[in-house]
Design a protein around this ligand. Structure first.
Ligand SMILES: Cc1ncc(COP(=O)(O)O)c(C=O)c1O
Length: 424
């Protein structure tokens, strides 16, 4: 079955649907923190389907609600209201920070960001937008233009008016400065970017609280406090992309941005919101959402089965205190990773928050070492552990297990990483 699956993948899928590992891993089923391949081999999943499996694979609390709903009513479109869509929208208004109140549901993070950017432009009457270098927004033409990784930007610049500010990437500070003596130059430079590359009137600023695909680049804590007022000064709104950082991932808070003293005007969510059922959500301040009076529709957005999955996922995160678990076990994991850093000089940086932790691998003078990451992938796979990759140079290991991971699973992960690193 494995060979046949790999052959069909090669023959019938776009080659751009790239797989991890020299011998791609054909996954058959999952349970909790584990995945099982077609030969029955067990893997501890420390990437969680790219930060999407929030409450463990096939969590019965979620799958029961999906099954119940799929047997009752699977699809109507948004032309008729249903109980699940309004309950999820109400829940989103309750759990998101500040004045975020009204939601629009879609099927992916890409669509959530598209909706947010359109809304910002429509509300402000301005067109230009500030995004961040090392950011990732998805695969539509707008999202690829927002994205600031050449590897994910295909076909040139599709959409005009998007300007990229430097990333708050302290390990590789674009100004060669050090925090805190830098006085947050990366954030302050946004003003000059606006004054020199735009008309001086912007629609908004789209940023991730921690840059996910960028390799879990974690900004200094005052970054958004400095950046967001500059955006407001020039007429823009703040679009916070919580596609990776949302729903307890960063520990102790439901959303990543809540760690810092700013409130988004629009927020986008996807991935971990429904534990793997396709979803996108854009939530905005009432005045911003209400400014969009024209017709729009997403056939599958707000699907009752998807909404049931999201409601059950959020309920599980709340009832099982998983944001707290992410904080506690994230701290425990972080301490273990820092121990590994002391032992292996190739680990140049350990960063992240909660259960969103990364290791940046380097050679001399911080030269990115993507080859080592490639070897580490093969070694950890042999030992039955799955990790994620990221960073502009592909030299960052992303670690993001389900939020209900246990201490002994973290210990198992650290033991395998140590043994694998020793062999790399
Ligand atoms: C921060 C961020 N925004 C948007 C997206 C796009 O989401 P999707 O792949 O669901 O379209 C991603 C996907 O990785 C992401 O990490």
């Amino acid at each position: 079955m494995r060979d046949e699956t790999i052959r069909k993948h090669h023959d019938y899928l776009f080659p751009s649907v790239a797989n991890y590992y020299k011998e791609p891993l054909v996954i058959d089923h999952g349970k909790g923190s584990y995945l099982f391949d077609s030969d029955g081999k067990k893997y501890l999943d420390f990437f969680g389907g790219i930060l999407t499996v929030s409450v463990g694979h096939c969590n019965p609390k979620v799958t029961e609600k999906i099954n119940e709903q799929v047997n009752k009513l699977q699809h109507t479109s948004t032309l008729y209201p249903n109980e699940n869509i309004v309950n999820l929208a109400e829940k989103m208004a309750q759990i998101t920070p500040g004045k975020l109140q009204k939601s629009f549901f879609t099927n992916s993070g890409t669509e959530a960001d598209e909706t947010a950017v359109f809304l910002a432009q429509h509300f402000t009457g301005h067109q230009e937008l500030i995004a961040l270098r090392h950011g990732y927004s998805g695969r539509s033409m707008l999202a690829m233009t927002l994205t600031a990784h050449s590897a994910w930007r295909h076909g040139g610049t599709h959409i005009a008016g998007i300007k990229h500010a430097v990333s708050p990437y302290c390990y590789r500070c674009p100004f060669g400065l050090e925090y805190p003596a830098c006085d947050l130059k990366c954030a302050r430079d946004i003003e000059e970017l606006i004054l020199t590359t735009t008309s001086g009137k912007i629609a908004g600023f789209l940023a991730e609280p921690i840059q996910g695909v960028g390799g879990f680049i974690t900004p200094p804590k005052e970054y958004f406090e400095v950046a967001v007022p500059i955006i407001k000064k020039y007429g823009g709104v703040f679009i916070c992309d919580e596609v990776q950082t949302g729903f307890g991932r960063t520990g102790n808070r439901m959303f990543g941005i809540e760690h810092w003293e700013v409130e988004p005007d629009i927020m986008t969510c996807a991935k971990g919101m429904a534990n793997g059922v396709p979803i996108g959500a854009t939530i905005a301040r009432t005045d911003i959402a209400d400014s969009f009076t024209g017709l729009t529709i997403s056939t599958f957005g707000g699907n009752p089965v998807t909404m049931a999955a999201a409601l059950a996922t959020i309920q599980t995160i709340e009832e099982d205190n998983l944001a707290q678990n992410a904080h506690e076990l994230g701290g425990y994991l972080r301490a273990g990773l820092e121990n590994l850093q002391e032992k292996y000089p190739a680990i140049g940086d350990v960063r992240g928050m909660g259960l969103m932790q990364a290791l940046e691998f380097v050679g001399e003078n911080k030269t990115p070492d993507a080859a080592l990451v490639g070897r580490l992938f093969e070694e950890t796979k042999k030992e039955g552990v799955l990790i994620g990759k990221g960073g502009l140079y592909g030299n960052v290991v992303r670690i993001s297990p389900p939020l209900n991971i246990t201490k002994s699973e973290v210990d198992e992960f650290l033991r395998v990483m140590d043994a694998a690193l020793a062999r790399c």
